[in-house]
Structure formats: C-alpha cells, structure tokens
Design a protein around this ligand. Sequence first.
Ligand code: ADP
Ligand code: ZN
Length: 434
Amino acid sequence: MSEFFNPEMEALSRSEIEVLQLERLKKTVNHCQDSAFYKKRFESIGMKPSDIKCLDDLRKIPFTTKQDLRDTYPFGIASVPLKDCIRLHSSSGTTGNPTVILHTKQDIDQWANAVARCLWMVGCRPEDVFQNTSGYGMFTGGLGFQYGAEKLGMLTVPAAAGNTLRQLKFFTDFGTTVVHAIPSYAARIYEVMLEKGIDPRRDTKLRTLVIGAEPHSEDTRKRIEEMLGVKAYNSFGMSEMCGPGVAFECKEQNGLHIWEDYYIVEIVNPDTLEPVPDGEIGELVLTTLNREAMPLLRYRTRDLTRILPGSCPCGREHKRLDRMKGRSDDMIILKGVNIFPIQIEAILMQFQELASDYLITLETIDGNDDMLVEVEMSDIFIDDYSKLQRLEKEITRQLHDEILITPKVRLLPKGSIPKSEGKAVRVKDLRKQY
Ligand code: ADP
Ligand code: ZN
C-alpha cells in the first residue's frame, strides 16, 4: 500500500504545487464574484479576477477577518445559493460570537478527503478502529473526523465527548487502536485509567493518538505518549477552513504539513500585515483553493506560528507549520511583558511532580497586577513540606527565566482545578480595568 493517500497531490514538487495553486487561485477569485461580500469588496478597490496573473498578485486582495464573517452572519459570504449547500458548521465561539461556514456536497467530500489523508499519513489503515472523543454537532472535530475516518475505511466509534468510563469500555470492547482527543482530555483519560487500574499498554490496543484543537507544548505531547503508550500527532484546523484536516504532523513529528493544494499559506506580521520570512513567527493567513460554498481569501486566522524552513524526510513538499504558539488574542500582557500561556505550560510540563492541569489567574492586588499559576500535583507523593517549598521555588525561578516576571506558584492536589467540557480554559483575567 502506498504511503500516500492521494499520491497525485501529496507527492507534488514545489514547482508543481505552485502551478496548481495559481490555477486554483484564479478559479477561486473568479468564483468569489458570486459572493455578495467579495463582489462588493472587489468593486471597492477596483479589482477584477483577471488581475491575478501570478501567485504574488494574491497580495492585491484585502484580508478577510473574523469580523467580516460576523458582519455577514450567517450567509452573506456564500458564493453559491443556499439550495446548493448541504451543511453548515459554526466555530466553538471561544473568542466571541460564533461564525458560520457553509458546505456543498463537494466541500464535505473534499474535507473528508483531507482528514483521511492526514490520518493515513500517521499510519492509520482500514484495519484500525478509530474512536472519536470530540463533541459531535456544530463543533467540527466530531463530524470532521467521522467523515475522514470513514473515507479512509476504518471502523469508526463515534463515542463523542465526555463519559470517560464509557470511553474506556469502548477501548477494550471494540479494540480501539486510534483515538482523537483534545490534549487536556487525553490526560483525563489517563487519570481515569489509573483510578480504574487499567494499564493502557496491557489492557488496550491503543497505538495512535491524534491531538489538536488547543495549543499544547512538546512536553505535553511527550507526557501523553508516555502515559498512554502511544504515538501522538498534532492536528490543526479551524471551522473557517472546514475544521480538522488543515495541517497535520507526519510520522517525523516535526512540524505540521499544510495541504497546499487546498490552501495558500502566508505568515504576516500581525501589526504591519507584511509577510515575514520563513522561520519567523507571525499570523497565519489562509486562502482556500477548492471550496465551493464559501471560499475565503486571505483569511486572518489570528493563530501565531511560523513556517519551518527546510525539507521533510517524509518526502512531502507541502510546507510545514510549527506547533501553534497560540492566538494573538491569547497573548497576556502583564506589566508590559507579552506572554503566551503555552510558554508557561512548556515549563510546568518539565516537572515530573506536576500533573497536566494548570490555571493562570491575573489579578490586581493592592493596585499591582500579578500572576498566579496554580498547578495540580502528579502522583509523585511529596510528604515533606520543605521539599514542596523547594519545588515551588524552582518552578517560580524557571518561569521567571522564561517570562521575565515572577508569578506566584501554588501547587494543588489532583482534581482541584475545574475541568471544562470542551477546550481547556487556561487563563482567568480578574484584573481591574482602570
Ligand atoms: P473557536 O475559534 O471558537 O475555538 P474552532 O473550533 O474553529 O473554534 O477552533 C479553531 C482554533 O483552535 C484555531 O484557530 C486554533 O486557535 C485552535 N487550534 C486548533 N488546532 C490546534 C492545534 N493543533 N494547536 C493549537 N491550537 C489549535
Ligand atoms: Zn513530513
């Protein structure tokens, strides 16, 4: 069997990718004339689809923002009549009002193909049993993975979110080999396994884990792999770009290949909106290349990442994104310093004494803004108070080296931090606004 799911697309060389992209970009811009939103936009800047003659001409097109999606809610950007659409999804609304994305039958099929391609890339085959612990419904991680896993031909278990005991029963009863879970839930699965005396290596056939939907550090991945005895692959997607299947790690686990027959990738400086060179962090901007219902041109994702320079030993020449640093709106500004929660997580996860759940609280005490980092302890039992104090001090020191401010660190017993149903909430901002 081929190592590629779509050899004709996955094995394209850089120059072939670019030829295909230009052809698809022209088609997409033409198709956008049928969108009331884009038609007006093109008119306002005097742009015609024939102005796109090379890939660099993409930069003549204005960015599309989340606000544009909200302003045209629910169907104002569509490029096809509603009667041609068969489904809509909406974002989970983590950062405000939800946005709606429409799909034609072909969009759904293309999306399933992208997800199948990703799963195949990490070694999933029709013999596998795939269990999806994502919420089904408007959240795209449910149906998105469902259709992709079916397209690949795996036996799928649409377990949906929550009810961890039932998830564990399915693992053992159905011989689940591949699981899709958000990283915070993967850690939860392991906790419940421990409570129930289940050894994932001995009692399950789990082999591959797909983790995504929320930022996580390399150490978090390593932890999850060790806990569950699996290989864990990073999966990136967002509702605006269909959902999962946008970019995915290959077996090298070094960057996420973004499918360039589906998307044109740009990384721009979020302030100047000018492109940054490969290797530099900026905001990810995506243009869809094969969408019917709702193509998006130069969509500002607000996710911060960089393109990894160099080629990947797996042979795919589709560009690789580094793991996400977070969204521009996740950035904490404290005492004038810019901090991403993931920087804090990366330090915490290096301590074996700590479990995976943590909460960053920003608060104003006596007129000063401060940060409190609460983190749950792992099962490594520390009976000596002075040892605990030393540990807290060491964590504080390492955090200070990373983020340049000194947070208060509080170690908590397991289970103290409230768990959320979907994506983990890592930051609480209780600062007084003056
Ligand atoms: P919402 O925007 O409401 O959270 P989505 O479900 O569309 O709704 O979430 C997409 C967002 O989730 C992405 O823009 C990104 O910020 C985050 N995300 C998705 N996958 C990953 C990943 N592998 N690593 C880090 N962040 C991710
Ligand atoms: Zn690769």
